[in-house]
Design a protein around this ligand. Structure first.
Ligand SMILES: Nc1ncnc2c1ncn2[C@@H]1O[C@H](COP(=O)(O)OP(=O)(O)OP(=O)(O)O)[C@@H](O)[C@H]1O
Length: 505
């Protein structure tokens, strides 16, 4: 039998208070698509960072192509044929595709030659992309293609992908999987991190499961159910969210013909958006990223003000009020970007709790912060939402992505909002934690709150929403009860073509 492409042997990496990887060993075969699974904080990112030369293991070894492999920086990993597509893209909006690709290369060729190479790779692997386009005008899926093509130009033997489908439409996912199969057929190995277990079942040959930093088992995804994989990750079974049949009450949040110009050269204008959400109700807003979701959220939080008479909270015009006023009145929000927007990376969880909960939870007295109260509120969120961290004094940036997400969503829900607006509430969150967050959303509604969930995860929206609308180029489709919708209609609504469907009806 062929020796594996990469052998990982006893890798260990400890951070203060936590062993992120504990004696992890496994092999990645040649031409194999290998999934790396694990709940939030299990140690997946730490492991791939060691393979990519971003983090140095405390102990353990790696062998690539039968030779010792211990990269001390990413360029060393790249020159050995290891490439990585990160969850967050590092692209410059104002530059073209080709210019962005050139920036990531050690010795870039002339721009014209590079453009030709990009075209060739993009055709060969079925990833349509025009090298002269300005990156700021690209969709999230197209931006990801820039990153993938950047990797493919290096002719990688191992391609690492960290949650690549969270920004893609179902159609874009199909295109990506075709590309990955093509690479596999050419002998490239792929290490694939994802929380989307059904996708893993379609795509991956083998899976390694990490729990609390240890390799706790392997499985063949095609022969294992998604639920069984989730339970392997968690080490126990977990409950699926259940909606209560909630009595609907007064309209708590309403948008009336809300229009706003795009906030910058690459933003999306909001065009004539109207919706209302009642007490006890969850409104789901779907759509491909970049169709006005962030702009709508910023307008609802009060970070941008809206024209008079377009936004109402419990019947009062809040169009021109700021974030603090809205929070005090019971409208709480959770933006998509957890580091930087929802949480300050270098501040502790206690300090981050104060950022949005100071007034509502009475954490201030006479203009001073009460630190004991702030700490106990942060600890309450940590306990209630099972945030895995050594404690409330840990800096936000030291948490794994999913655990920080649980903290920022939990921080808002624990303040008992009257109206809760969340953008991508379970982004990067493992199956068990996602079920927990969705249940918490349903509980807010059951308590008489009104909830708006903006998400690209259609399954999520179908699970939690009473009614559904889709954003397309800053326009909101007609809003419909979820119980009446099928996936085809949702696709049409997301594409902005629902009228066509009406015409056929
Ligand atoms: N720079 C760091 N400093 C301190 N602790 C860290 C650091 N990076 C990671 N950790 C800790 O190591 C553990 C493993 O984190 P890691 O990011 O590898 O998990 P993950 O499986 O990728 O999680 P997720 O699915 O949430 O992204 C976590 O407990 C995390 O808090």
């Amino acid at each position: 039998m062929d020796s594996p492409l990469l052998r990982i042997d006893g890798l260990t990496k400890a951070y203060p208070g936590v062993i992120a990887n504990d004696q992890v060993s496994f092999d990645i075969g040649r031409g194999e698509i290998h999934a790396l699974l694990g709940e939030n904080g299990a140690g997946k990112s730490t492991l791939v960072k060691m393979i990519y030369g971003l983090v140095k293991p405390d102990t353990g070894t790696m062998t690539l192509d039968d030779k010792p492999f211990a990269p001390t920086k990413p360029s060393e990993a790249r020159s050995n044929g290891v490439a990585m597509v990160f969850q967050h893209f590092s692209l410059f909006d104002a530059l073209s595709v080709a210019e962005n690709v050139a920036l990531g290369m050690e010795t870039p060729p002339a721009l014209r030659d590079l453009a030709r190479q990009i075209r060739d790779v993009s055709e060969a692997y079925g990833l349509p992309l025009d090298p002269s386009r300005t990156v700021g005008t690209l969709s999230a899926g197209e931006r990801q293609r820039v990153e993938i093509i950047r990797c493919l130009l290096q002719d990688p033997r191992l391609l690492i992908m960290d949650e690549p489908t969270s920004v893609l439409t179902p159609q874009e996912v199909d295109i990506l999987f075709e590309t990955l199969h093509k690479l596999q057929a050419e002998g490239t190995s792929i290490l694939y991190i994802s929380h989307k277990l059904e996708e893993i079942r379609t795509l991956c040959d083998h899976a390694t499961i990490l729990r609390l930093g240890k390799n706790v088992g392997t499985c063949t995804p095609r022969e294992t159910t998604a639920r069984a994989m989730a339970e392997l990750m968690v080490g126990s079974s977990f409950a699926s969210p259940v909606a209560r049949d909630t009595e609907k009450g007064a309209v708590l949040l309403e948008a009336r013909a809300l229009s706003l110009p795009a906030p910058g050269a690459f933003g999306t204008p909001l065009r004539d958006i109207s919706f209302s959400v009642q007490a006890g109700e969850v409104l789901g807003l779907g759509g491909v990223a970049g169709n006005g979701q962030d702009e709508l959220l910023d307008t609802l939080t009060g970070e941008r003000s809206a024209p008079k008479g377009t936004l109402f909270l419990k019947g009062h015009d809040i169009s021109q009020t700021g974030p603090v006023y809205r929070r005090n009145e019971g409208l709480l929000t959770g933006p998509e970007e957890r580091l930087g927007h929802a949480a300050a990376p270098n501040m502790s969880l206690t300090e981050n709790a104060v950022l949005t909960a100071a007034q509502r939870k009475g954490l201030m007295a006479n203009g001073f912060i009460s630190w004991p109260k702030a700490r106990s509120f942060a600890e309450e969120v940590i306990a209630q939402f099972d945030v895995r961290t050594p404690g409330a004094s840990t800096a936000a940036r030291a948490l794994s992505g999913g655990n920080l997400q649980k903290f920022v969503v939990g921080r808002e829900i624990a303040q008992a909002p009257d109206v809760l607006v969340l953008n991508q509430p379970t982004w990067g969150v493992d199956a068990a934690a996602a079920a927990f967050i969705r249940q918490a959303i349903l509980d807010v509604a059951a308590r008489g709150g009104a909830v708006v969930v903006i998400s690209q995860d259609l399954d999520e929206l179908m699970e939690v929403s009473d009614r559904f609308g889709a954003l397309n180029e800053g326009r909101l489709s007609k809003i419909r009860p979820v119980a009446e919708l099928n996936i085809e209609q949702i696709g049409l609504m997301m594409g902005g073509a629902e009228d066509m469907e009406d015409a056929h009806a």
